[in-house]
Ligand binder design. Sequence first.
Ligand SMILES: CSC[C@H]1O[C@H](OP(=O)(O)O)[C@H](O)[C@@H]1O
Length: 347
Amino acid sequence: MHTAVEWKEGRLRLLNQTLLPVQTEYIECTDWQRVATAIQRLEVRGAPAIGAAAAFGLLLGAMEVTHTPDDFASKLFVIAEKLKATRPTAVNLFWAIDRMLRVWEQNQAKEVPGLIQAMEQEAIQIAAEDVQVNRRISVLGAQLFTAPASVLTHCNAGALATVGFGTALGVIRQAWSDGNIIRVFADETRPLLQGARLTAWELMQESIPVTLITDNMAGWVMKNNMVQAVIVGADRITLNGDVANKIGTYSVAVLAKEHRIPFYVAAPLSTFDFTKQTGDEIPIEERSAAEVTRLGGQPIAPAGVDVFNPAFDVTPNQLVTAIITEYGILRAPYDISIARIKKGGPE
Ligand SMILES: CSC[C@H]1O[C@H](OP(=O)(O)O)[C@H](O)[C@@H]1O
């Protein structure tokens, strides 16, 4: 499986996900600005993946400003704020950058080489932890599937959205190998087609049976009993269990409720925002009109048409059957179950 974020011998490589599934090309990032651009363009995307990319981006920034120790701190915080400004919804971005800044603060008395080394170790740790956490989420989540089933997923919450193995697709990988998931129905996920371009590609790489559908087919697939569960990722989860995820997730959750199909969310602790009580407080990224009015570089709508292009929506906790985390499977009432894991403690 290709890795979305790679740090080797002081070099950051990002798999350019805008070119998938046609081309597998990597972007060599030698400065923080290129990382910021990659996040904004969704060349790297997915909450944990952009968190890890931003952590290495801040490290590249720190390496750049170390020659000016007197204003090192102010320059580092400027870079951190610019990386934070790349995309507003996935809380992992802010969590990872703040974690790197804490390491800087704890080591700022060190000489520059020691300080940079401490920050590099932290970024490497963030990346390594993500893979371990996803494997834990996957083992726990697979326990929800006790008999062969087909599932629907939306967008891409796979290895490509993380540093490795994936969250929702990680559960699918594990349940597939257990023999308890026999087919995946992947929503194409307009407008940027993460499902068609990334999820279908990821699953086919491992010969996991996948059926691609357009977003407006999800209801009919459920009505015809073609799936027995839905599982998606998340970009931000609030204290009451509201879930921000790719636009279209809310519609899938409403359909799942109507058809009495369990709606599962798989997400690490780093996707929880313990400063927000409800999903109403989550900033929802709005992106360019061109993402909706153009496809493959060709116009598919009249020039100048008004467009609304929110990249995420919020699924209220009442529609969420369970949230699968590395600390256990959370169920309603989420304000209680989430409070228990708030300090990183097991469920
Ligand atoms: C495992 S988090 C994946 C999450 O991120 C995606 O958004 P984007 O492709 O815009 O970064 C989508 O919401 C996925 O569920």
